[in-house]
Design a protein around this ligand. Structure first.
Ligand code: UD1
Length: 434
C-alpha cells in the first residue's frame, strides 16, 4: 500500500544481482566440496534455488549475504516440476549436473507471464556437446559420458543458454566455442567464478567465448556483482518523485545505455566509482524513444520501470520490446492509474505528462510489479498493489529500502491475491510477510 507524493532522497545500498547469484549457486554443483558466495541477495528466487540444490543433496547455509554450498552429498539429478514452474532459472542446473554426473532430469518449464520462453538453444547446444537429450512425461532427460567440446553458434544471444552451455563445457573434453554468446555482466561474473574453480575460459563479455575443458573443478569463493536492475529501479524512483537518490554498490558501466537514456529525458546523473546518483524535476522531462536489446543494449528488465518515467515526461515516446513478447502485460494496470499508453505488437507509445491517480492494481510479473510500485510513488492518493510475491522474488527488502528514502509504503497482509480478501489494515504487516 503506497501513498504517493513523497520525494525520495538519500543513499541506498544495491544488493547482489539476482541473475548472477542464481547461476553461481548452480555452478557450485560442478565441484565437490564447499563453495562460498558473498553478497547473495535474500530474495525468494534465491530461496527457491537453495531449495533446489538442497533437494539434489547439497547442504547450504545462508546468513548476512554469505552462502556456503557443500555439494559432497549431491545424489539426485532431478529438478522437480514444483520448483521449475516456480522459477525458470531452475533449468540452469542442467549444464552443471550433466557435466559432472553425466545425467540431469529437469521438468520442462511451463508457460510464463513473459510469453513462451523456450529452451531449444539449451538443448540443441547440449546435443552438440555430445549429450543424449530426450523428453518424456514433461521432463527433459539429458545423459552423457564425458561431454565433447564443439563449436556452438546460438541463433540468439540467450543469457540462460550461454550460461548452461558454459557450465557444461568447462568439464568437457577439448575446446568449446560459444558463438553469438550473450555478453551480460552476469555472464562475466559466472565466468570469473568458474575460472576461480579452475576452468579455462576466454572471451567472457564478448560474443565469442572459448572454453578449454578440464577434468575436474575445485570449490571456490566469490562475491556477486551488484544488481544493475535494482539500481536502475531506485534511480528511477528518485527521478520520478523529483527527489535525489544515490545507489551504492553497482558498476555504472553496467548501466551505460540506461543512464544515457535518463540524461536524454532530462534527469541529472552523476557517476562516482561504484555509486550513481540521479535527480531532476519531472516538469522538465521530455519524451525519449528506446528499444530493448541483449546487453549492451537497453535491458528488458528495466523496460517497465522506464515506461513509468516516460509517462511523467512531456511528449510521446516509442518503446520497442525486442527480447520478450508479452512484456507489455502490465500496461493495462498502468493505464488504470491514469497513464496514456497504447500497445501495438512489440511497440508501445507512451503519451507522457498525465497525472496518475491511485487505484488497486495487480503485479503480472517481477519487473512490472516494481514498475507499478514506482507508479504508486507518484500517483495521487493511495495505490494498492496486489500479488506482490512477484516483487519479492527479485528485490531484497524493497519496501524497507523505499521507506529509507522517504517513501510512504507499507507491506500489508499476504502477498498472494487469493488471500488478499483477508487483508490486514494498513500499517500491519503479517508475520508471513516479514
Ligand atoms: C535472463 C534473465 C531475465 C532477462 C533475460 C534477458 C535470469 C534468471 N533471467 O532470462 O531477467 O530478462 O535474461 O536479458 O537471468 N529463447 C529461445 N530459446 C531458448 C532460450 C531463449 O527462444 O532456448 C528466447 C526467449 O524466449 C526470449 C529470448 O530468447 O525471447 C531471451 O531469452 P534469454 O536471454 O534466454 O533469457 P533468460 O536467460 O530466460
Amino acid at each position: 500500500m503506497i501513498r504517493g507524493g513523497a520525494r525520495l532522497s538519500g543513499q541506498v545500498a544495491v544488493s547482489g544481482a539476482k541473475n548472477s547469484a542464481l547461476k553461481l549457486m548452480a555452478a557450485a554443483l560442478l565441484a565437490p566440496g564447499v563453495s562460498i558466495l558473498h553478497n547473495v541477495p535474500d530474495i525468494q528466487d534465491v530461496r527457491t534455488m537453495r531449495e533446489l540444490v538442497e533437494h539434489l543433496g547439497a547442504r547450504v547455509t545462508f546468513s548476512d549475504g554469505t552462502m556456503t554450498i557443500d555439494t559432497v552429498g549431491v545424489q539426485s539429478h532431478v529438478a522437480p516440476y514444483e520448483l521449475v514452474q516456480r522459477m525458470r532459472a531452475s533449468i540452469q542446473i542442467m549444464g552443471p549436473l550433466v557435466a559432472r554426473f553425466g545425467h540431469a532430469r529437469v521438468a520442462m518449464p511451463g508457460g510464463c507471464n513473459l510469453g513462451p520462453r523456450k529452451i531449444d538453444f539449451h538443448l540443441s547446444g547440449l546435443r552438440q556437446l555430445g549429450a543424449d537429450v530426450r523428453s518424456d512425461h514433461g521432463f527433459v532427460e539429458v545423459r552423457a559420458g564425458r561431454l565433447r567440446g564443439s563449436t556452438i553458434v546460438l541463433d540468439y544471444p540467450s543469457v540462460g543458454a550461454t550460461e548452461n552451455l558454459l557450465m557444461a563445457a568447462v568439464l568437457a573434453e577439448g575446446e568449446t566455442v560459444v558463438d553469438n554468446a550473450a555478453r551480460e555482466p552476469e555472464i562475466v561474473d559466472l565466468c570469473k567464478f568458474l575460472v576461480s574453480m579452475g576452468a579455462i575460459i576466454e572471451g567472457a563479455g564478448t560474443s565469442e567465448i572459448t572454453v578449454r575443458g578440464v577434468l575436474a573443478l575445485q570449490p571456490a569463493e566469490h562475491t556477486v556483482i551488484g544488481d544493475r536492475i535494482e539500481a536502475g529501479t531506485f534511480l528511477i524512483a528518485g527521478a520520478i518523485t523529483g527527489g535525489d537518490v544515490e545507489v551504492d554498490g553497482v558498476s555504472p558501466h553496467h548501466l551505460d545505455i540506461f543512464l544515457s537514456k535518463l540524461r536524454a529525458i532530462g534527469v541529472q546523473v552523476q557517476e562516482n566509482g561504484r555509486r550513481v546518483r540521479a535527480w531532476g524535476d519531472p516538469a522538465y522531462y521530455s519524451a525519449t524513444d528506446f528499444a530493448t536489446l541483449p546487453y549492451p543494449g537497453f535491458a528488458t528488465d528495466l523496460q517497465a520501470p522506464m515506461i513509468v518515467l516516460l509517462s511523467m515526461a512531456q511528449g510521446s515516446s516509442i518503446v520497442t520490446e525486442n527480447v520478450f513478447v508479452n512484456r507489455f502485460g502490465f500496461v493495462d494496470e498502468l493505464v488504470r492509474l491514469g497513464a496514456d499508453i497504447k500497445v501495438s505488437g512489440h511497440h508501445a507509445v507512451v503519451n507522457g505528462g498525465r497525472a496518475l491517480t491511485g487505484a488497486t492494481v495487480r503485479c503480472p510479473d517481477l519487473r512490472a510489479g516494481a514498475a507499478l510500485v514506482l507508479a504508486g510513488l507518484v500517483a495521487q492518493g493511495y495505490t494498492e498493489i496486489r500479488d506482490t510475491f512477484h516483487i519479492h522474488r527479485g528485490y531484497e527488502r524493497f519496501d524497507a529500502k523505499l521507506r529509507s528514502l522517504g517513501a510512504d509504503v507499507e507491506r500489508v497482509g499476504p502477498s498472494h491475491s487469493h488471500n488478499s480478501g483477508a487483508r490486514a489494515p494498513l500499517g500491519i504487516a503479517s508475520d508471513a510477510e516479514r
